[in-house]
Design a protein around this ligand. Structure first.
Ligand code: NAD
Length: 414
């Protein structure tokens, strides 16, 4: 049992046991840590608890129950732990100890020494995959003609690429030194990098790329998906993005053998999972023009960032976009939007994104019956046009309701 400075775990409930990479034993009474979050986080978390508790109760007739365990980050952590304590060690300990947890949005502290709390959470636990399912809920306003054709899940690499944070400012000593060093390796670099250039580094290797692609393929196999697409800019960046693609095909062949088939080898209909690749710019077009030809996408960090927001917009925006950051042993589910501070404690914001993140969490735990009930409740509530302000203002004939009313109606509609 881990020791905490200021937390007491619930007396009731048990731990999800990690048996090995991606192997878990989930008890009927799991303890699940949650961070309420800043801004609209408190309203959203309350709404999420209403819906998830009702779904679990209904699906398993009271035989299963989640024991929620509040842990702290953001402004509430500072209140409890003191100045500057935006992400106490207790919280990370709990996330590791219980394996599955969920968080509301966190405001990035100004001058707190953090690039972002969310980034820090990912880094300290090496949550290497950012997973975002994107699908359409009937009735949600969308900018495209056939949003229902989108049903994809994005696996974005979280630890490498130009996002690694290795950058040197224009005019800095470091940038000059680095430029000179590079010119020493290849004199042609003198023309490629101007003297006043800032320089960012793009590290990408087989270890991080393969563990991300492996996770995406495993997901496709476990969930009967039709294809895995490696999205890259390998036509231009051959040794990083091009290699990402090559490592992907290599891994598929070496570790998954004949359960996958490369697109180029498909002759007729196949019951194998098709593995293919697309250049990132073409993938953005395909997502709009032929979205139904794509299912699981595996992407490096930057492409993944762009693609997840673009696809979320296609099905109606961030209000309904769930996500998770995971390793092979720890998963943190989270709403993908921020803390929208202007709506704090107004019981107004859309809890859809956090509720759908909890649906992902239920699926991860193998509690599919409860996950299906929540989806049913959401579908029906949106069809009834009983929605929060952000959706109501774009839907004809909608009834605008509060965050809590939306959640209660979802629970009734299950
Ligand atoms: P934001 O996502 O918080 O809000 C932008 C706008 O989107 C809001 O003003 C609101 O109109 C709308 N919106 C967002 N979520 C909504 C919801 N659930 N229902 C209805 N409308 C919603 O982005 P921001 O204003 O740029 O960021 C605010 C803070 O959140 C910043 O400190 C930022 O760093 C942080 N942030 C956190 C996360 C996270 O925790 N994962 C993600 C992004 C931003």
């Amino acid at each position: 049992m881990a020791s905490y400075q200021k937390l007491t775990a619930p007396k009731e409930g048990s731990k999800i046991k990690v048996l090995g990479p991606n192997k878990f034993e989930v008890p009927n009474d799991p303890i699940i840590p949650f961070i309420e979050g800043d801004g609209i986080g408190a309203d959203l978390t309350r709404a999420m608890h209403i819906v998830i508790n009702a779904a679990v109760k209904k699906a398993y007739d009271g035989k299963r129950k989640i024991n929620w365990f509040e842990v702290y980050a953001g402004e509430k952590a500072v209140e409890k732990y003191g100045e500057g304590q935006y992400l106490p060690e207790d919280t990370i300990t709990a996330f590791k100890e219980y394996s599955v947890s969920i968080k509301g949005p966190l405001t990035t502290p100004v001058g707190g020494g953090f690039r972002s709390l969310n980034v820090t959470i990912r880094q300290v636990m090496d949550l290497f995959a950012c997973v975002r399912p994107v699908k359409y809920y009937k009735g949600i306003p969308s900018p495209v003609k056939h949003p229902e054709k989108v049903d994809m899940i994005i696996f974005r690499e979280n630890t490498e690429d130009i996002y690694a944070g290795v950058e040197f400012m224009s005019g800095s000593e470091e940038a000059k030194k680095l430029r000179n060093f590079l010119i020493g390796l290849d004199p042609k670099i003198k023309e490629k990098i101007r003297e006043d250039a800032a320089i960012g580094i793009k590290p990408m290797g087989p270890f991080a790329s393969k563990r991300l692609i492996r996770k995406s393929i495993q997901y496709a196999l476990d969930n009967n998906k039709s294809s895995v697409t490696l999205v890259h800019k390998g036509n231009i960046m051959k040794y990083t993005e091009g290699a990402f693609k090559d490592w992907g095909y290599e891994l598929a062949k070496a570790e998954f053998g004949d359960r996958l088939i490369p697109e180029a080898e498909v002759t007729g209909s196949t019951n194998k999972i098709i593995i293919k690749d697309r250049i990132a710019d073409s993938m953005f077009q395909q997502a709009l023009l032929r979205p139904d030809e794509y299912s699981v996408l595996a992407l490096p960090n930057l492409n993944g960032d762009y693609m997840s927001d673009a696809l979320a917009a296609q099905v109606g925006g961030l209000g309904m976009a769930p996500g998770a950051n995971m390793s092979d042993t720890i998963a943190v589910f989270e709403a993908t939007h921020g803390s929208a501070p202007k709506y704090t404690n107004q019981d107004k914001a859309n809890p859809g994104s956090l509720i759908l993140s909890a649906v992902m969490m239920l699926i991860h735990m193998g509690w599919k019956e409860a996950a299906d009930l929540v989806e049913k409740g959401i579908n029906k509530t949106i069809e009834q046009k009983y929605v929060t302000y952000d959706l109501a203002r774009q839907m004809e004939g909608a009834t605008e309701v509060k965050c809590s009313q939306f959640a209660e109606r979802i629970a009734q509609n299950m």
